[in-house]
Design a protein around this ligand. Structure first.
Ligand SMILES: Nc1ncnc2c1ncn2[C@@H]1O[C@H](COP(=O)(O)OP(=O)(O)OP(=O)(O)O)[C@@H](O)[C@H]1O
Length: 260
């Protein structure tokens, strides 16, 4: 469970990126965070795994008060939280399997790290993660020979091999074409439903957010201005999150995406 109580995030330059956030996300939820560029979506997601420190309030993740973690505890805490980025963050000049095995590196003894030696069990776990996202046949292919969608699946498999409770995804389909974006969204949905992993995703495509996520959190100027079921989101809710003129643009972009 993730619980924000009166959470504030102020950057060192004084910018208030999150203001008085109060909400709870239960295990197994699929949440999409939407809002205009600069609204605070990335900041919201990145506070959850302590990529950013909150500056006031309390944030509890899996019974742990995130702000109280120190050094090694932060690394340990992050083991249960996967993170997926728009840019995939893969080592493209090596194989898919090696990229997935990287998720085990923090747990390896020093000498194994040096030689890149992985146990048979770790290799099986990595292969199984690749199977879960449907690219087992690409295990020995170099990442730079894969399409964008396949690369995002490698990133997802790497996260799954880590056996997380929570997956945070920061614009995971922003650089993909509409069809591939839909396939990657399907992967997230499958993982969420079959493995009961909480998914919290920042996403600009409102139509995809509404089609896949169960819950929508709308952020505007650092404040949560909507929090409810996807089925409750209508034009007036979007106007409230984005502002009237912008919400029409957001919808038009979505329509264009769907017709490519
Ligand atoms: N390191 C930083 N220092 C100062 N201000 C920052 C920093 N990172 C983000 N901000 C500011 O905080 C606000 C929220 O940024 P954030 O990246 O969370 O927005 P976002 O909704 O994810 O935007 P986008 O959709 O464009 O990624 C913005 O005004 C941004 O300029």
């Amino acid at each position: 469970m993730i619980k924000f109580s009166n959470v504030e995030k102020k950057y060192p330059n004084g910018l208030l990126a999150l203001n008085d956030i109060n909400l709870t996300i239960e295990k197994g939820e699929y949440v999409a965070v939407i809002g205009l560029s600069g609204a605070g979506k990335s900041t919201f997601i990145r506070c959850i795994n302590r990529m950013h420190d909150i500056t006031d309030g309390t944030l509890i993740v899996n019974d742990v008060e995130v702000a109280g973690l120190k050094g090694k505890e932060v690394r340990q805490f992050r083991r249960n939280i996967g993170m997926i980025f728009q840019s995939f963050n893969l080592v493209t000049r090596t194989t898919v399997l090696k990229n997935v095995l990287v998720s085990f590196v923090p747990d390896l003894p020093f000498w194994r790290k040096i030689f890149g030696l992985f146990t048979k069990e770790q290799k099986m776990q990595a292969l199984s993660a690749l199977d879960q996202v449907g690219i087992l046949d690409k295990a020995y292919t170099r990442v730079d020979q894969l399409s964008g969608g396949q690369q995002q699946r490698v990133a997802l498999a790497r996260t799954l091999a880590q056996n997380p409770d929570i997956i945070l995804a920061d614009e995971p389909v922003a650089s993909l074409d509409p069809v591939t974006a839909g396939q990657v969204m399907d992967d997230f949905k499958k993982i969420n439903q079959e493995m009961n992993i909480t998914v919290i995703m920042n996403i600009h495509h409102v139509d995809l957010a509404l089609a896949y996520a169960d819950r929508i959190i709308g952020i505007r100027k650092g404040e949560v201005v909507f929090d409810g079921k996807s089925s409750m989101v209508n034009q007036s809710v979007l106007d409230h999150i984005y502002g009237r003129a912008q919400s029409i643009e957001v919808r038009k972009e979505g329509a264009k995406m769907n017709h490519v």
